[in-house]
Write a protein that binds this ligand. Structure first.
Ligand code: MF3
Ligand code: CO
Length: 251
């Protein structure tokens, strides 16, 4: 599948989709606290998304049973919300959320500390977030796709963390997952040339230990193979003539 270039009209719709998702994340982030269940987070997120007249794009996607992916500690991504999974002080929790506004998808993820966490856990969250910003320094017209991958990888590797290779970022638009795939690990090739109007979900998934992951029996929850903590940070971005526009952060 070819990479789609969005028209001015589509870009406006993507912007609104992203703006609303940024609000969802901000509200969820404020709510996170010890004692909350991962299902509480899902219900709150779904309610907010629907309050905007939008649809949660993860719900029923390939059979995924919830609106928000809630992944705790060694869970990397796609954790399924549960009433009996209660957040505790010292946990880290990754929230991955997306929505559809007038047919246009947005997708973003954040990792939060629950109460006070270890310095090691806090550092992992900080470096994972910063790796996204290092990556998108290369997200400019005329650069190549894998410049983003290589920038993320160089930054993360300098801290000794493991990069998840089994899951990647992606193009996004009228579908949640469009071409191209966007690896977060070093690439030998250049990849496609970035052009204004491309919308991409850049999403480093970074482990404190090795990058190896396994799937739980639910066939969704991805966990680190060594049981070490993992963090995730994602935004939907727009390639422009200049600096990339981050669509899923508050403006
Ligand atoms: N944010 C995830 C991604 O980038 C989507 C979650 S997959 C779902 O691919 F099935 F849960 F929707
Ligand atoms: Co994504």
């Amino acid at each position: 599948m070819a990479v789609t270039i969005k028209s001015a009209r589509e870009i406006d719709l993507m912007r609104e989709s992203g703006r609303l998702l940024a609000i969802v994340h901000d509200e969820l982030g404020k709510a996170i606290c010890p004692g909350m269940s991962t299902l509480d987070i899902d219900k709150m997120g779904e309610k907010l998304i629907r309050s905007f007249g939008c649809v949660p794009n993860f719900l029923h996607y390939n059979g995924y049973p919830a609106s928000i992916c809630v992944s705790v500690n060694e869970e990397v991504v796609h954790g399924i919300p549960r009433a009996d999974r209660i957040l505790q002080e010292g946990d880290i929790v990754s929230l991955d959320a997306g929505l559809i506004y007038k047919g246009y998808h947005s997708d973003a993820a954040r990792t939060y500390a629950v109460g006070k966490v270890s310095k090691e856990a806090a550092d992992l969250i900080t470096v994972t977030k910063q790796s996204f910003f290092e990556g998108i320094k290369m997200a400019k017209a005329g650069y190549h796709l894998y410049d983003i991958s290589n920038a993320i990888a160089a930054y993360v590797t300098s801290y000794g963390y493991g990069i998840v290779k089994d899951l990647v970022g992606h193009g996004i638009g009228t579908k949640l997952h469009e071409a191209p795939q966007i690896p977060n690990f070093a690439q030998k090739r250049k990849g496609l040339r970035l052009q204004p109007g491309m919308t991409l979900a850049v999403e480093p998934m970074i482990n404190m230990g090795t990058g190896d992951v396994v799937w739980l029996d639910d066939d969704w929850t991805v966990v680190t193979a060594d049981g070490a903590y993992s963090a995730h940070y994602e935004n939907t971005i727009l390639i422009t003539d200049g600096e990339p526009e981050i669509l899923t952060l508050p403006s």
